[in-house]
Design a protein around this ligand. Sequence first.
Ligand code: PLP
Length: 394
Amino acid sequence: MADKLAWIGEELQALRDAGLYNHIRTLGSPQGAWLQVDGQRVLNFCSNNYLGLANHPRLLAAAEEAMRKYGLGPAAVRSIAGTMDLHVELDKRMAAFKGVEAAITLQSGFTANLAVLPALVDKEDAIFSDELNHASIIDGSRLSGATIVRYKHCDPADLQRVLAERRGEFRRALVVTDGVFSMDGDVAPLPEIYAVTSKADAILMVDDAHGEGVLGKGGRGIVDHFDLHGKVDVEVGTFSKAFGVVGGVVAGNARIVEWLRQRGRPFLFSSAMTVPDVAACLAAVDLLEESNELVERLWANTEFFKKEMQALGFDTGKSVTPITPVMLGDEQLAQKFSKAMFEAGVFAMAIAFPTVPRGTARLRVMISAAHSTSDLEHGLQAFADVGRKLGVIS
Ligand SMILES: *Cc1c(COP(=O)(O)O)cnc(C)c1O
């Protein structure tokens, strides 16, 4: 009999041959400036732990205390018996933190996008989507059944063009963009996108996963950064990046949030965030509301690192955020560079096609408030040594 799964082996081999196979490294330590990776101590330039909260004592203590009172799991979806007072508190605290009417928390940023898009649009409608939007926006858009119309990356004039051409064919329209784009570290021109969207009678949605805890006053996100309060209808966010935990949030218009309690499928059919996660997120909101210190350190570290990398002769692309691509171009060179950095004790991922277009391979450095100046200097020295050895800089 034929092996009905033989195709998987062939596909996996094709990935290996093309240098596109995902080799997954294993951590043996908490998240922080330094990691134990595959048994080696390395400087961490890979994580989304922007503020160093993933192993913060205040978050750990809050999680422990809550577990003693509430146990571990919610044991139900939120709409049946899985909503504890802790969940309601986090919903409210996030609404206040983001400066919006209401918020609702879910299991992850990914499921938040799967909840929002199909709840707001369907077959008779259209989604106007930045061509580089995150996979979870793409999947949520497909699930909705709406027609997907892509516009050029961060290009409000192209958005205006496609809205003018196609808006009339559809009942409802929704415009969606990532706030910060995770591979280049550029930021969506949200004021211009808002101006175009509001004239086209369309809902405006932004995914602020890499903006929360990073942009805006004390990390309140992209809407605060551009002072667009009340103008963006719905924001999706995550607790897995700057917040250092795991979970998702939808924040914005109160009617949208109420509608998601009735029609958000991951809210209705997948269990709530766990107790320690919710409690740790509440502690993270406390920390951010008390002080801007971590956000300021993140930005000071970012400016220092980028300036020094540019002085060494590296191209850091079009990033305006702590996401720092080190542009190399060639896929093989990026792999070789990443490997040499790891041997020098620095963990920085190579990112290549299909995650980014062919010929734009890069190392992606994720800066964190957890890095000390001497950590960053250590990383810069490794970049200088490897860059010269591989002929990237002179
Ligand atoms: C990381 C990310 C997500 C997914 O968030 P999780 O909470 O990890 O599921 C969604 N959207 C964007 C833009 C992201 O960068």
